[in-house]
Design a protein around this ligand. Structure first.
Ligand code: SF4
Ligand code: SF4
Length: 423
C-alpha cells in the first residue's frame, strides 16, 4: 500500500448540497453487477417518483426506479459511464416529484424479520454504492454463517469525499442502517472502518457508537486501504484465500453509503433513486458534494460547479485510481457513481508508454501479491490461460501497479481485459 496525494481539500469541508432537478433523466437498465433489469413500462407512460421501471431479471440482478415524476419519452441506447453504451429509459421531468411513499412506524420496523428487510432492500434496487455495484440483497443473505460485519468508511481514493460528508452529516441514519444489516446477518461483531484523514467522521462515530456495541477501527490513510480483502486483513488479521470471497472467512463488508440507502429504504420505503456525488478537480471553480438524482447527465453537475477555470483534459467517473475516463458529458449518474473528476493535462499525467525496465515496483506494491508486469506480458500475447494461472482474477483493479510504474505501462487496463477474457 502507498500514501497518495489525496487532493480531498477541494471538497472535504463542503456540506452536501442538492442539485436542482434536471429536465430529463436517463436511467440505464444496468447499473449493477449482473444481468440488466427487464423494462416493465412503455413509452408515453406517466410515472411517479420512485416507481419501478424495470425488474430484476436473474439471480444476480436488481430493479431500477425513476428518479423524477413525469412521462417516459424513449427507450434507447445511450452513453453509459461504465459500459460505453446501454439500453436506457428517458423520462421528461414534470418537476412535481409526485410520490407514493409511506414511511414505516418504529413499531413496524422493530417487527421486521431478516427476510422482510432483505425483501425491502431487493425491492428498493440497492447495490454496493462504493463503486462495486453488487446487488445488496444478496450480500445480506450470504450462503455461510457470518461472525463479523465491517462497514467500510475508508474512502481511500484521492479526491472522493462523498462518504466522508455522509458520515459527518448522517451519522445516526447510517447507524440505523448498520443495525438493519446486522439484524439480517446476525453478526457477532460489527466494526466501522474509517481512515485517520477523516477527523470529523471519527468524532461523529465516536460519539454515535455509545451503547451500540459496535467497534470503531481507525486505519492509517493508505491506498488501497478500502479494498474488502485489505480491510479484512488489516482489521481482523484474516487472509481471504485466492478465488474465495469474504464470507468464506465469516465476514461481510458493506459501504457506509449502502448502509444509508438501506436506512432510507426501510424507514421511508424509498427506492435508490439519488446519491451523493463528489464533483471536483483542478478545472472547476466551485467543487462540491452534491445529492443527485440517478440519471442526471454529468454535464449538469459540472455546470452547477462551474464556471470552468480551465478546459478539462480528462473527465473521470469514480476515483482517479479505479475510475473510468469518459468520452462524453452526456453520460448519466448511476447508482455506483461516487465522483466526477475534471483534470487538466498535467494532473491527468497521461505519459507515453515505454518498455518495461524490470524494476519490480509493480510487484512490490501490488496489495494482492501479484506480478502485474508478467500478467501484462502474457495478456498482450493473448495468453489468457497464463494470465489466469498468474492470478489475474485476484486483481482488485486498484490501479496501484500502473501508478508506480516508471515506464507508464497500462498494467491495470491489460489485467482488466484479461479478466474479461477469462470470464
Ligand atoms: S495487479 Fe491489480 S491488485 Fe495488483 S496493483 Fe495492479 S490493479 Fe492493484
Ligand atoms: S513497474 Fe513497470 S517497469 Fe517496473 S517491472 Fe513493473 S511494468 Fe516493468
Amino acid at each position: 500500500m502507498v500514501r497518495l496525494d489525496k487532493n480531498k481539500s477541494f471538497t472535504e469541508d463542503k456540506s452536501i448540497e442538492s442539485l436542482p432537478l434536471p429536465e430529463k433523466v436517463f436511467i440505464p437498465l444496468i447499473q449493477h453487477i449482473g444481468r440488466p433489469a427487464t423494462p416493465q413500462v412503455r413509452i408515453g407512460d406517466l410515472v411517479y417518483l420512485g416507481q419501478k421501471l424495470a425488474s430484476s431479471s436473474s439471480t444476480i440482478s436488481t430493479s431500477v426506479h425513476t428518479s423524477v415524476s413525469g412521462r417516459i419519452v424513449s427507450l434507447q441506447d445511450w452513453p453509459h459511464p461504465v459500459l460505453g453504451k446501454a439500453r436506457t429509459i428517458v423520462i421528461e421531468n414534470d418537476k412535481k416529484d409526485t410520490s407514493l411513499f409511506t414511511p414505516r412506524s418504529h413499531e413496524q420496523i422493530d417487527r421486521l424479520t431478516p427476510e422482510e428487510i432483505r425483501g425491502i432492500v431487493f425491492e428498493a434496487g440497492i447495490v454496493g454504492m462504493g463503486g462495486a455495484g453488487f446487488p445488496t440483497h444478496i450480500k445480506l443473505n450470504p450462503p455461510k454463517s457470518i461472525d463479523t460485519l465491517i462497514i467500510n468508511g475508508a474512502e481511500c481514493e484521492p479526491y472522493l469525499t462523498g462518504d466522508y460528508r455522509l458520515m459527518v452529516e448522517k451519522t445516526k441514519e447510517i447507524l440505523k442502517g448498520i443495525e438493519l444489516i446486522s439484524r439480517c446477518l446476525r453478526a457477532k461483531d460489527v466494526f466501522i472502518a474509517i481512515e485517520d484523514d477523516k477527523p470529523e467522521a471519527i468524532k461523529a462515530f465516536n460519539h454515535g457508537l455509545c451503547n451500540t456495541g459496535y467497534g470503531l477501527r481507525i486505519l492509517r490513510s493508505y491506498y488501497p486501504q478500502g479494498g474488502e480483502k485489505q480491510l479484512i486483513k488489516n482489521i481482523l488479521g484474516k487472509e481471504v484465500p485466492t478465488g474465495k470471497l469474504p464470507f468464506d472467512v465469516g465476514v461481510v463488508v458493506h459501504n457506509v453509503a449502502t448502509a444509508f440507502a438501506i436506512y432510507e429504504a426501510v424507514y421511508f420505503n424509498k427506492p435508490l433513486y439519488e446519491r451523493v456525488v463528489t464533483v471536483t478537480g483542478n478545472c472547476l471553480n466551485n467543487p462540491k458534494n452534491l445529492l443527485v438524482r440517478i440519471g442526471t447527465p454529468i454535464r449538469e453537475l459540472i455546470d452547477f460547479c462551474g464556471p470552468l477555470q480551465k478546459q478539462p483534459f480528462k473527465i473521470i467517473i469514480g476515483g482517479p485510481m479505479m475510475g473510468i475516463a469518459q468520452y462524453t458529458d452526456d453520460v448519466p449518474v448511476i447508482k455506483t457513481t461516487t465522483a466526477v473528476i475534471l483534470l487538466d493535462r498535467e494532473e491527468a499525467a497521461l505519459n507515453e508508454e515505454k518498455p518495461c525496465i524490470r524494476c519490480g515496483a509493480c510487484v512490490k506494491e501490488c496489495p494482492m501479491g501479484l506480478m502485474p508486469c508478467l500478467i501484462n506480458l502474457v495478456s498482450q500475447k493473448g495468453l489468457w490461460f497464463k494470465a489466469e494461472e498468474l492470478g489475474a482474477m485476484d486483481c482488485i483493479e486498484c490501479g496501484l501497479c500502473s501508478y508506480v510504474c516508471p515506464a507508464k505501462r497500462r498494467l491495470v487496463q491489460s489485467i482488466k481485459r484479461a479478466k474479461l477474457e477469462i470470464r
